[in-house]
Write a protein that binds this ligand. Sequence first.
Ligand code: BJW
Length: 239
Amino acid sequence: MVSRPRSIVVLTGAGISAESGIETFRAAEGLWANHHVDDVATLEGFARNPQLVYTFYNQRRRQLLTPEISPNAAHSALAKFEHEFGGEFLLVTQNVDNLHERAGSENLIHMHGELLKMSCLNSKLIFDVSEDFDYDTQCRCCRSAGNLRPHVVWFGEMPLQMNRINRALENCDMFVAIGTSGNVYPASGFYQTAKIRKARTVELNLERTGSSFDQHICGPATVSVPQFFNSLLRSISAN
Ligand code: BJW
């Protein structure tokens, strides 16, 4: 057990944004309850019915940009911790929302992409986007329509910045997973990589998932995340 961590990797999932009003994927009323994964989260689904996929992401982008959606106490606690902790800190999120950066997190990887970005299927260039786009939208680089896709990682595609993530996992002495069901590979295996390196592994979730972390703390993220990271800061400064 490490009392004073030197290097921490935090993984977040949809559960950290749930209390900000963004649906999770696998809850009874979650995003997958009303959409078939194969239709909206695979390249094959996009090829079959691009309009359905554009509409799915346009709606989610519009929701993210409404004034009702803002970072919650869990996002803020992570940003505060990053700025006050003297060691290495990497935040890896599976979320495509921008609530971590809005809360002030800096060393952040969006491993499954970002809702406020789109990419060109030809050039692979990535552009910021805040408005709706679809099959008829002209691409900013090749100047033709039909070439733009949401900058998100679908099933069967390689998540982003895996080399950097793996390096951080292999060097960390604490790994904390927050609000993720552990259903999706490779994020579901991160705690094992960290464990092999003798890191302390902690899960913060509404309920205990199937993965065997060293410590499980159950409760809503807006309560458990500030409690856990503020207490960690106190114990670091007391040592
Ligand atoms: C709270 C809370 C509160 C609620 N407070 N907590 C067969 C076996 C094993 C693997 C595979 C397989 N067949 C295929 C695969 C691989 C596949 C995979 O894992 N499939 C499984 C589903 C079977 N993975 C991939 O294809 C990935 N790529 C890949 O593997 O490439 C090959 C490779 C990689 C690396 C090395 C070598 C090879 C790509 C996965 C892409 C996932 N994309 C999505 C959509 C992204 C865009 C979008 O947002 O639309 O990403 S799917 C969706 O799931 C989204 C999420 O990021 C991801 C994870 O979901 P998350 O965040 O865990 O959400 P939920 O809803 O599942 O859970 C929420 C949790 O929060 C719950 O636990 C609640 O309890 C909790 N909670 N309220 C605290 N208030």
